[in-house]
Design a protein around this ligand. Sequence first.
Ligand SMILES: Nc1ncnc2c1ncn2[C@@H]1O[C@H](COP(=O)(O)OP(=O)(O)OP(=O)(O)O)[C@@H](O)[C@H]1O
Ligand SMILES: [Mg+2]
Length: 222
Amino acid sequence: MIKARNIHKFYGNLEVLKGVDIYIKTGEVVSIVGESGAGKSTLLQILGTLDQPTTSGKFDTEISIAGESFINMNDRQLSKFRNQNIGFVFQFHQLLPEFTALENVLLPTKIAGLNEKEAVEKAYGLFEDLKIEQRLHHKPNQLSGGEAQRVAVARALINSPKIIFADEPTGNLDSRNADDLHRLFFDLRDKYNQTFVIVTHNPNLAEITDRKLVMKDGLIIE
Ligand SMILES: Nc1ncnc2c1ncn2[C@@H]1O[C@H](COP(=O)(O)OP(=O)(O)OP(=O)(O)O)[C@@H](O)[C@H]1O
Ligand SMILES: [Mg+2]
């Protein structure tokens, strides 16, 4: 699902990614752990097309998702690629406050140009899977932290992305809500063969993923 080779990232003279290679199979749930500042978020942003690696002609960097290389795409092509292939879940849900849970989840389908009736049916299905079907018309400030995160997961899944990137998705939740959300990731993998790459400081989650990658000083060391 992901094939990436020789990813470098510099901020000025500071090299925060030092030639990362990463391969992830379809349906895998992979965690990335490591100390603060190791480069986990930077790597996730680059794999998720939200940031660019430093190439400057020096490195033969390659990154592809589902066989499609995106490293030379322009902004418009990248936005489309992202909308169709990639879902994100962040530490803070980043739902839009003036929209209901359902409206938030439907936004990516509008960008993708999906038929509205089909999109709403699909959203209902996800709200059921995520056990938030009683919260369709709540605004984000009327949701608990765990519910808001599950809405954010529904939003990430609505366009049936090939892969979901999550950056400390349960970092802001109590342990029960965190465990519930972790279980959900595995349910979604079992049901949709969904691939997940999850940056986490949560040892419980890291232990139950299929593979745990440890980052240190800009490299994956195990
Ligand atoms: N925009 C930027 N400009 C300069 N330096 C940056 C920038 N973004 C990140 N860095 C630096 O890059 C390094 C890696 O940051 P990154 O956010 O990837 O770490 P992380 O592993 O996700 O840490 P944490 O666990 O604290 O989230 C850090 O030393 C950080 O200070
Ligand atoms: Mg981070």
